[in-house]
Design a protein around this ligand. Structure first.
Ligand SMILES: Cc1ncc(C[n+]2csc(CCOP(=O)(O)OP(=O)(O)O)c2C)c(N)n1
Length: 379
């Protein structure tokens, strides 16, 4: 189905003309088309997280009387639970919204481990929230989709929400955006450098998306095993808190959290908490490419935020910002000599290797290897 037809029908039937959400690779054609049509601004906002998108959609409805479209990967359903149940619900404010959900981990379709359970419970969760669902696939006829949307008019009028559950490869568009920035350093090279400079006993916690995939492959290429790494394959935005939980238990070793700007912005409050702990053995690294690169490259917070002054204000004791290999080397040398909570922002380009693979071991194998490693090295 063409994104154009998909959007035209939503506009014709439900007057949907405002869009917000968090990007998803399965919805890339929709995200790209929204970006080309509206940029980021009064008609389209890339939200900090999916729950925040629901907040924007609620405000939009209150001021315009029109439901907004909220796009998300099904991983983000957890983030919408609270505002759907306690804000949108017809038992509270009865504010309707049109959700467009990328269906990762659909039963019967091979996908990564972090998507399997979420994929199984996607429809049940949405229905439990009182949201009427319609599955869109390559086989869906435009007329069937139009009929569902027409029938949804009364649902929307009652203040209830609907969800369009999008199967892989369903939405197509003639436009495709190749997001770029002006930086040179590649994320994978930055991670490689940190691994090379890190101490023998250091532990790594990496964020969701390509950062974890790249660390996995770097370890493979160095024949180092994966026992020092925790890959936050799901649960986007929580790697710094996982790192904190680990670091507090292993005060005699350094823990590196390699975060993404999108992930950090998703739960930015954690940064404030982390800094205030003053956890001396923790280094919070943020790969700042201004984008949600792993899922297509849509901007994070308009794509031009620097986190350095925020980190200083938050209270990290050593705060550094780098954009080149030489600056990174110097920053790492300083951090290694320090005995305080550190923050390093690394400005990087967008892009990754074409042949970047995925972890070949399971999350539970990785967890066990790390737990065994920590336990054994304590004996
Ligand atoms: C709660 C949630 N929402 C959305 C996603 C889909 N997702 C996976 S990686 C990613 C982008 C991460 O961006 P960033 O942290 O900036 O890292 P980058 O990919 O740019 O390296 C998104 C949106 C997800 N996994 N979980």
């Amino acid at each position: 189905m063409l994104v154009k037809d998909f959007l035209d029908i939503l506009y014709d039937e439900l007057r949907v003309n405002f869009f917000t959400g968090v990007p998803d690779s399965q919805l890339k054609s929709l995200c790209d088309e929204l970006y080309v049509r509206y940029g980021i601004g009064s008609k389209h906002i890339v939200a900090a997280n999916e729950g925040a998108a629901v907040g924007i959609a609620a405000g939009h409805y209150i001021a315009s009387g029109r439901p907004a479209l909220v796009y998300l990967q099904n991983s983000g359903i957890g983030n919408i639970l609270n505002p759907v149940a306690s804000l949108l619900s017809e038992k509270v404010y009865a504010i309707p919204c049109v959700f467009v959900v990328g269906w990762r981990g659909e039963p019967g379709v091979k996908d990564e481990p972090q998507h399997v359970f979420q994929g199984e419970i996607t429809i049940d969760l949405l229905e439990l929230l009182g949201i009427k669902c319609f599955i869109l696939s390559k086989e869906t006829q435009l007329e069937d989709y139009r009929r569902f949307i027409e029938e949804s008019k009364s649902v929307i009028k009652e203040g209830k929400s609907i969800a369009l559950i999008v199967r892989k490869g369903t939405l197509k568009s003639d436009v495709s955006v190749d997001f770029k920035n002006e930086k040179k350093l590649l994320r994978e090279d930055a991670i490689k450098t940190i691994v090379a400079q890190s101490g023998e006993r250091d532990i790594f916690v990496t964020t969701t998306g390509k950062t974890s995939r790249e660390l996995f492959e770097i370890r493979e290429s160095l024949n180092q095993g994966h026992q020092k790494d925790f890959l936050t394959v799901g649960s986007m935005g929580h790697s710094s808190m996982i790192a904190l939980g680990i670091a507090l238990n292993v005060p005699d070793r350094r823990v590196w959290c390699i975060d993404g700007d999108g992930a950090m912005v998703m739960h930015l409050g954690s940064m404030l908490v982390l800094a205030k702990t003053g956890c001396k053995n923790l280094v919070h690294v943020v790969i700042n490419n201004g984008a949600h690169e792993s899922v297509g490259g849509m901007p994070v917070a308009y794509g031009r935020t620097s986190f350095l002054s925020l980190a200083k204000e938050a209270g990290y004791e050593m705060c550094l910002s780098v954009a080149t290999q030489t600056e990174l080397d110097t920053a790492l040398a300083k951090v290694k000599k320090s005995n305080c909570i550190c923050f390093i922002e690394i400005h990087t380009a967008l892009g990754s290797r074409e042949d970047l693979g995925r972890p070949t071991t399971t999350p539970q194998e990785n967890k066990k290897a790390l737990m065994d490693y920590i336990r054994e090295s304590r004996l």
